[in-house]
Design a protein around this ligand. Structure first.
Ligand code: PMT
Length: 222
């Protein structure tokens, strides 16, 4: 625990994609690199928090000052790790891109082609990590992200309400922003306010986000 806006607070950050296995060699994933979430974890540590970072499959080094890193693969594994870490946390920031669906059956053997016939995969919904936390009593202050291609404000405010969040950071993906790239732009929404953080590096945006999270956390929880 250092000095700074989050001194004395325990923060859990999730980052990166999830991989949902189809068979021993194939999976369903997404384009999250983990860069945004790792930048958020670094900024929270710089602000004095004790940070636990739950990371999906990414190729990034653990940022300096992060106390604990838990590597996971699937959404189900991410949920277990986040829940465990959140039992003793003041703030959870979900920057991970959690797969909404997973194959209903994981094949133990490599699937083979069958003479030009189409292949169907049956998918079932993954649990929602943030909404699950929000339903538990004594849960941490909850910050979500929203990645949208259109109607960003209305989808973001919808997720703020439906998932029971304290704050959401929305990014419009595309145009060199969002997934994989070094830059992003965020708009923060909470129940009675919003703040646009214009295009900048993910490191810079993470610092600005953490300053706002610290302020909203103190306002809500003293
Ligand atoms: O990793 P990068 O390449 O740097 O890219 C960064 C990012 C674009 C992935 C990141 O900034 C971002 O927006 N992350 C959230 C992407 C996303 O999947 O959003 P969503 O609208 O599907 O989910 C909304 C929120 O619910 C997120 O906080 C997500 O972590 C959470 N969620 C979603 C599904 C689920 N089953 N459980 C969840 O907790």
């Amino acid at each position: 625990f250092g000095h700074g806006a989050l001194a004395g607070l325990r923060v859990v950050v999730s980052a990166g994609p999830t991989y949902e296995d189809i068979d021993p060699v194939r999976f369903i994933g997404n384009r999250s690199s983990g860069r945004m979430g790792f930048a958020v974890a670094a900024a929270a540590a710089q602000a004095g928090a004790s940070v636990s970072l739950v990371a999906g499959p990414v190729s990034l080094a653990t940022p300096a000052g992060v106390a604990r890193r838990i590597d996971v693969r699937s959404a189900a594994q991410m949920q277990v790790a986040v829940r465990e870490a959140c039992q003793a946390a003041d703030i959870y920031i979900g920057a991970s891109a959690v797969g909404d669906y997973r194959p209903a059956n994981v094949s133990a053997l490599k699937l083979k082609k069958s003479a030009g016939a189409p292949l169907s995969l049956q998918l079932e919904e993954n649990p929602d990590i943030l909404a699950g936390l929000a339903a538990q009593s004594g849960h941490p202050f909850l910050v979500g992200f929203a990645a949208e291609t259109h109607d960003v404000a209305s989808y973001a405010r919808g997720k703020l309400r439906s998932k029971g969040l304290d704050m959401i950071a929305a990014n419009q993906v595309g145009d060199g922003l969002g997934f994989e790239v070094a830059e992003n732009a965020l708009t923060l929404y909470w129940a009675d306010g919003e703040l646009a953080l214009p295009r900048a590096t993910k490191d810079e945006l993470a610092r600005q986000l953490i300053a706002q999270v610290a302020e909203r956390y103190r306002a809500a929880r003293g």
